[in-house]
Design a binder for this molecule. Structure first.
Ligand code: ZN
Length: 143
């Protein structure tokens, strides 16, 4: 187990750009503002989405597309370092015009219609993503 205690750093509340890529917009903001560790929540709407499911047997992400405008019910994620750069890990829950939900691991290629986001920077010992042999996933290790 790796579970560290952190102090709160800066807090950011605002909106992301219309037609920006959801994942890359968050990552870009973190890179520009030197946020190397943190958590965020967001809501709004997307024009379409690219999500993925991690197949624990094959150890591969299986991507799938949602090719219609959807409500962004919840997007939650975190920011940490991989190869020295802040990267975002996020999961996204979407709903359609009849309230049906689809969700998964957020991939690049999800254009924002509107997005309101809260980002909380955390200060303390870095968490760094490195390949984990047990799961095949890039998990957190102490920096
Ligand atoms: Zn994930």
């Amino acid at each position: 187990m790796i579970l560290n205690r952190y102090e709160r750093g800066r807090s950011f509340l605002g909106r992301l750009p219309h037609e920006g890529d959801l994942l890359k917009s968050i990552e870009g903001f973190c890179q520009e503002n030197g946020i190397t560790l943190g958590v965020f929540t967001a809501l709004g709407a997307v024009k379409s989405a690219r999500l993925a499911y991690y197949d624990q047997e094959s150890r591969e992400y299986r991507g799938f597309a949602v090719d219609e405008p959807m409500e962004m019910v919840s997007c939650r994620g975190n920011i940490s370092l991989r190869d020295g750069q802040p990267i975002v890990h996020a999961h996204l829950a979407l709903s359609d015009g009849e309230g049906r939900t689809i969700s998964g691991h957020l991939m690049p290629g999800t254009p924002i219609f509107a997005c309101e986001i809260f980002i909380q920077e955390l200060l303390g010992e870095p968490l760094v993503r490195r390949q984990d042999e047990e799961t095949g996933l890039p998990l957190w290790w102490r920096g």
